[in-house]
Design a protein around this ligand. Sequence first.
Ligand SMILES: Nc1nc2c(ncn2[C@@H]2O[C@H](COP(=O)(O)OP(=O)(O)O)[C@@H](O)[C@H]2O)c(=O)[nH]1
Ligand SMILES: [Mg+2]
Length: 270
Amino acid sequence: MRLFTAVHKDTELQYMRDYKPHREDVQHLRVLVHGPVGAGKSSFINSVNSVLRGKITGRPLAEANASESFTKKYKTYKIQKGQPGNFYHFVFNDTMGVEMEEDGGVHPEDIILAMKGHMRDGYRFKPGSKLSEDNQFYNAEPTLNDKVQVLVCVVPADKIPLLTDGCVKKIKDIREMASELEIPQLAIITKIDLACPQIQKDLKNVYLSKKLKETMEQFSQLVGIPMSYIFPVKNYDEEINIKDDVDSLILSALRQIIDFGEEFINDMET
Ligand SMILES: Nc1nc2c(ncn2[C@@H]2O[C@H](COP(=O)(O)OP(=O)(O)O)[C@@H](O)[C@H]2O)c(=O)[nH]1
Ligand SMILES: [Mg+2]
């Protein structure tokens, strides 16, 4: 895999703009993002927004410090395409972090309920507790537009060697539940700039870095996600301007997300 050229970038951007689910009854692909607190989940969604809009779009989602970076409400993020009111045909849902401790963080059952489309926007996550059927934010009759088509696990490269057994288990449990629902999954490794000095110096070294490769292999073995479904990313963090190398990695991950989602809805029986 290589970082791509400017021409390739334009082709990819056009692909994203043109993308529409082939099934008439599906308005958009729904992508659910989960992972530890402070992993860069919100930053990733912001970064996708920046890449597609061609400008740094501020940080409405990410928080400046990790202890605050607690997404408490379930919310669908749409990305504006051209004129206001026009959107890309994929949406993102952020979740409260999978916490390192046993009973902190998002309840794994909440992730399943979200995947099945039972969670309505505005639901407030509570550590260790789950959405109940009598809750006003429980959607008893989800349509395909409410259901999740792609599950993305976001993990920071610099913390992979430090993941606790509890956290690995939660990620694996969620992964297994998604597999049962046959929902395609991939992982995004963020903060690759912090994990390897070579990459920090120049993002183009991403596929040359032995250190990153080892980190990705370690993660792959820990949670059982194949290497080919793990995408290294540097989020827009302190940058003021759009950079091709940053875009390139984000677009590679996004392309896989869309292709997985499209495949999933096309394989469905009804
Ligand atoms: N250096 C670096 N920092 C990042 C990256 N992605 C996110 N961050 C920072 O990590 C912190 C947590 O990010 P956030 O998106 O809020 O994490 P979340 O809890 O998973 O939503 C923020 O201060 C981000 O600016 C990255 O790729 N590189
Ligand atoms: Mg967040």
